[in-house]
Design a protein around this ligand. Structure first.
Ligand code: CIR
Length: 411
């Protein structure tokens, strides 16, 4: 990536300030690893047609570019990072090559092989993984490695990362800082080793500081909504735990990145894996929310006053949010859908919109009713195709990590 001077600075203090730069991951060979036997464990509901998924993703990126957003692809950033920094290369390899899985001898052999690969090839292995069949053939390893002899060829020596597509979850920006999250499920844990080396070593991010450095407990970016400057909502459910929400809140308070954090309980179910599967912001004072839970969604309010942290509630989410945001009312765009249509469109990420600026969002075209009602409420909707992308159960917000948004006053 050229070190061109951008007319914005990195960071984000809201969900809806004009989007200036974003990190996406164009899906690649890691999706070709999915089979009917491993797709559940790898958190996909089906087997995407990969070429089509790439076309859909390219169209998504084009919509963002057409709206003036700088699109940075994680795969490119990773290749550039590894090419630029020997330390990043070593770190990436050591997080991927597990002596626990491979035994010390094979792990050392493989790590030595990976250290010699060109940057793009190594980035490919770190994202798409490697099967035992694909291990480099060294005569010594072939005859002396029991691990190699006893594993089946198609098994993974390095697990692939098909969910890298959902860049929202493995890091997020709050104020001028980035946070590397702590992903809850084994299929995704290694993703953060890649975002970590990118932010630590890519020249584009030189000087950027970290938030939530301790990564004490699971926090996933899809659960983190920047409701307003200083006000953060954190979903607590299948992924982010109460301990994660509390640790994040205390860390944001210590770094003066937030004064109020709302911990929002969500059902521990696949359909509601993150807060952004049921609620996203579409304007400075408006959310689109899954109607079947709009009435019951609640929040604990965590506040920092001086050195004291207090927890109150729970109370209705919309009331707690409005008070924390300092607005009279949080508008809930009432999609007004009957429960069955609402359930179908929520499953297909109808509530997972990505805001380009206040009142302008990107959404999947299949959610016909939700999109119609968003427009009826004055929201401009750019529609994208998600027939294949959606098989991983994530929409435009899940597939994007905003790197820079304008301050709200300036949009
Ligand atoms: N923020 C999001 O809701 N991201 C979607 C993540 C989907 C992925 N297949 C997962 O289960 O983690």
């Amino acid at each position: 990536m050229s070190a061109m001077a951008a007319d914005y600075s990195l960071g984000s203090r809201s969900e809806v300030g004009r989007l200036r730069a974003v990190m996406l991951h164009r899906p690649g060979d890691e999706l070709l690893r999915l089979t009917p036997r491993n797709n559940d464990q790898l958190l996909f509901d089906g087997l995407p047609w990969v070429a089509r998924a790439q076309e859909e993703h390219d169209a998504f990126a084009d919509v963002l570019r057409a709206n003036g957003v700088d699109v940075h692809l994680l795969g490119d950033l990773l290749t550039e990072t590894i090419g630029h920094s020997g330390a990043a290369r070593i770190q990436g390899i050591s997080s991927a090559v597990s002596p626990r899985r491979l035994g010390t001898h094979l792990a050392e052999d493989l790590a030595a092989h990976l250290r010699g690969l060109p940057a793009a090839e190594l980035a490919h292995v770190l994202t798409a993984g490697m099967t035992f069949d694909e291990l480099p053939v060294t005569p010594a390893a072939a005859s002396s490695s029991l691990v190699r002899r006893m594993h089946h060829g198609p098994e993974f020596a390095i697990e692939p990362l098909p969910n890298l597509l959902f860049t929202r979850d493995s890091s997020f920006w709050i104020g001028p800082r980035f946070a590397i999250t702590s992903l809850a499920l084994p299929a995704r844990v290694r993703e953060t080793s890649l975002t970590d080396i990118i932010y630590a070593h890519h020249p584009r991010f030189r000087g950027a500081r970290r938030a939530y450095e301790s990564q004490v407990a699971p926090v996933e970016g899809g659960d983190v909504l920047l409701l307003a400057p200083g006000v953060v909502a954190v979903g607590v459910g299948e992924r982010t735990t109460p301990a994660g929400a509390e640790a994040l809140a205390r860390s944001l308070f210590d770094d003066e990145l937030a004064h109020t954090v709302l911990a929002v309980p969500i059902e521990q179910a696949r359909a509601f894996m993150h807060l952004d599967t049921v609620c996203t912001m579409v304007d400075v004072d408006a959310v689109v929310m899954y109607p079947n839970i709009a009435e019951t969604m609640s929040a604990f309010t965590i506040r920092s006053v001086g050195d004291v942290v207090s927890v109150s509630g729970p109370r209705p989410f919309v009331d707690a949010a409005a008070e924390a945001m300092g607005i009279e009312k949080l508008r809930v765009i009432d999609t007004g859908l009957d429960p069955v249509t609402a359930e179908r469109e929520q499953w297909d990420d109808g509530n997972n919109t990505l805001a380009l600026s206040p009142g302008v969002v990107v959404s999947y075209n299949r959610n016909v009713e939700t999109n119609r009602r968003l427009r009826d409420s004055g929201i401009e909707v750019f529609e994208i195709e998600g027939r294949e992308l959606g098989s991983g159960r994530g929409g435009p917000r899940c597939m994007s990590c905003p790197l820079a948004r304008d301050e709200l006053g300036g949009t």
